[in-house]
Design a protein around this ligand. Sequence first.
Ligand SMILES: *Cc1c(COP(=O)(O)O)cnc(C)c1O
Length: 223
Amino acid sequence: MTVEENLAAIKEKIKQACKNCERPINEITIIAVTKYVSTERAQEALDAGIKHLGENRKEGLLEKYEAIGANATWHFIGTLQSRKVKDVIEQVSMIHSLDRKSLAKEINKRAVSPVPCFLQVNISEEESKHGVQASEVEAFVETLQNYENVKIVGLMTMAPHTDDEEQLRGVFRQLRALRDRVRAKNYAHAPCEYLSMGMSNDYSLAIEEGATHIRIGSSLVGE
Ligand SMILES: *Cc1c(COP(=O)(O)O)cnc(C)c1O
């Protein structure tokens, strides 16, 4: 399948999901996750009309950035080692995986202007998943007040790998409730408006539960 064909099918599903929950389609940002594919395939996504690309490793990001550069808006979606922040900070527009204070500190030090970051939350509490525990999110956000180059624009989570729709919705709802609580505090450093949730298997449900940024890899550009 071409990216264009995949995108057409995905857009149809997004349209349906938005209709189901009475949300406008323009609230949804599609991030094409290109971590499994070549630079050529990433370029094909851009040619099909995608504007946002997501990478989870420094090497993959820099390799594609070299060819594509500012023709895309770049999202860092994976575990980010503090020592690599300086290598990607100029290229990325948003970081979806802020999960610890030492990383916030490094972003704050290396950035020259505020970087929009999603706080990654481990809602499902799987050992294998990174992220702040749900119960610690509010206190953590509070500790970031003095980092002027770190702006918490929303929360991100990775749902468990399951087909259990109610379990998935439960995870998305919890993230949304947390987002609402942080947003209600009206922090200048943490407007916390967005929800980065939903991948190839679960983006329709995520949209129905409030996702604003969906991260789609395999079903859009392939594995
Ligand atoms: C790989 C990855 C995705 C995309 O996963 P698919 O199931 O291929 O759509 C989304 N988010 C993160 C953080 C990822 O690492």
